[in-house]
Design a protein around this ligand. Structure first.
Ligand SMILES: [Fe+2]
Ligand SMILES: [Fe+2]
Length: 475
């Protein structure tokens, strides 16, 4: 029997678990976009261990996310939510963490293997003792040694392997815990360490491409981090933005979206209990009142603007990512034409693929060499490079044990927007547009103490047909 590479993968995966599949089962699993994930969930559901596995042992087929088409306003194509967490399945069980990490490893390992040099990569326990080896693993430990070399430990579902990087290997200095990489090298004589002798291979980045473009020159505006309720919210500048949207201010009129989209990338309110001593810096101390004020502000906008709101770490949802959309008690009072999404969320705006993520994981990335809060674009590139929105588990970005990894960048977007760091940046990168619009909050006491100067009161406008951009300044 001639098996395809995908079929071989399924058979090998099961044989590592001492199981033999029927040909029908292999066929079904291969045909499913997340076949191995489905198979793994099915094994967890088995009552007792068994040698032979048939179609009847599969649990009902998990569904790929169904796009949610939101209500359209006028001529503008409706907002389509392509992918986001639907409901939480986090139960805190160890098994869920295992499923989460297996999904991450499997998806990213497959993307690493897209590199021709990694096509024949072996498992960490099958390294050739005498020759050149290529392996794919998740970084479990990473340490900089005296003299500047980096030593890491890689992990896959079957084993662990220590790796020593060469002195000149710059990329090894920016290795992150829990990212998935490919390495080629030679095993030490004792067989306990792989000496890397090739470049670190990261997950496939997709072809640099012409971004998807809208059929008409629709405008999308991007803003983030309003922090309504904080005593540093910039009311006067915000009022100017609202007046501009209504055509009452003579400034870049060509960018007023009539109709168009407005994306709010999280931290729409300041929240309460977000950090110690926050109360002293709040204008509005009731979080629901903060959302009510937000609602009244959005009601001042022209009705042919479709608004999309995702939560951030200051909003009234769980801190663990992925974050669910704002609760019903907030949503129900808002005007129609406002779409509430999860964080992260992948949207289709007039045919343009927009990945929205608030950006909490920048708090982890900032510890990397050459990365700072005032250069958000560089941090966004690091996320794209790892095809993951929150690569480090167990540090400053809490992750929920969902049964699949919603933080994976499964598809490279046309537009990638983040917030959180309160500084503004725009850049074209491999055919994508990277945006971080900034904030509507002036410097806080904490930021002054840290010597951080925010970029408040900016919106980034994008022509979804031409991909021209404009930073609009309401100071
Ligand atoms: Fe913020
Ligand atoms: Fe934030």
């Amino acid at each position: 029997m001639n098996l395809t590479a995908d079929e071989q993968e399924v058979v090998a995966w099961l044989s590592q678990r001492n199981m033999l599949p029927s040909p029908e089962l292999v066929e079904r699993v291969v045909a499913h976009p997340n076949g191995l994930g489905w198979l793994e969930q099915s094994l967890l559901a088995l009552d007792s261990p068994q040698l032979f596995l048939g179609l009847g042992d599969l649990i009902p087929e998990p569904e790929e996310p169904t796009p949610i088409v939101c209500e359209a306003t006028g001529a503008l194509p409706p907002v389509i939510i392509q992918r986001q967490i639907g409901r939480t399945r986090a139960d805190g069980q160890l098994q869920s963490y295992v499923a989460l990490f297996n999904d991450r490893f499997r998806t990213l390992a497959r993307l690493v293997r897209r590199d021709p040099a990694m096509r024949d990569a072996s498992g960490l326990r099958q390294v050739d003792p005498d020759g050149e080896s290529t392996v794919v693993g998740m970084v479990a430990e990473v340490r900089q040694l005296q003299g500047g070399r980096v030593r890491a430990v890689l992990e896959d579902p079957d084993g662990r392997l220590a790796v020593m990087f060469g002195e000149a290997d710059e990329a090894s200095h920016n290795l992150l815990h829990d990212e998935v990489i490919g390495i080629s090298g030679r095993l030490s004589r004792r067989g306990d360490m792989l000496f890397a002798n090739g470049p670190i291979v990261r997950p496939y980045q997709g072809r640099a491409r012409e971004p998807g473009r809208a059929a008409e020159p629709w405008t999308a505006l991007f803003i983030s981090d309003l922090h309504i309720g904080s005593n540093t919210f910039q009311q006067a500048q915000w009022d100017r933005f609202v007046a501009w949207l209504n055509g009452d201010v003579d400034y870049h009129r060509e960018w007023i979206p009539r109709p168009g989209y407005l994306v709010l990338a999280g931290d729409v309110v300041d929240g309460i209990d977000s950090y110690p001593g926050q109360e002293a810096e709040l204008e509005i101390t009731d979080v629901w009142e903060q959302y009510a004020v937000m609602q009244r502000e959005l009601e001042k906008l022209p009705t042919d603007i479709q608004i999309i709101i995702l939560p951030g770490n200051h909003d009234a949802v769980r801190l663990m990512e992925p974050q669910l959309p704002l609760p019903g008690r907030v949503q129900e009072r808002y005007p129609p034409g406002v779409t509430f999404t999860a964080n992260p969320a992948q949207l289709d705006l007039a045919g343009v693929n927009v990945l929205c993520y608030h950006g909490k994981s920048f708090d982890d990335l900032v510890s990397l060499r050459d990365l700072t809060y005032d250069k958000p674009i560089l941090m966004m590139k690091e996320l794209l490079l790892r095809r993951h929105l929150a690569p480090i588990y167990g540090s400053k970005t809490p992750l929920a044990p969902e049964d699949q990894d919603h933080m994976l960048i499964r598809e490279m977007p046309d537009i990638f927007v983040t917030g959180h760091v309160h500084s503004c940046g725009v850049e074209r990168h491999r055919g994508m547009l990277l945006l971080n619009p900034g904030t509507w909050q002036s410097q806080t006491d904490f930021q002054r103490m840290m010597g951080f100067q925010p970029d408040p009161n900016r919106a980034i406008a994008v022509n979804l047909q031409s991909f021209e951009t404009q930073v609009l300044d309401f100071n």
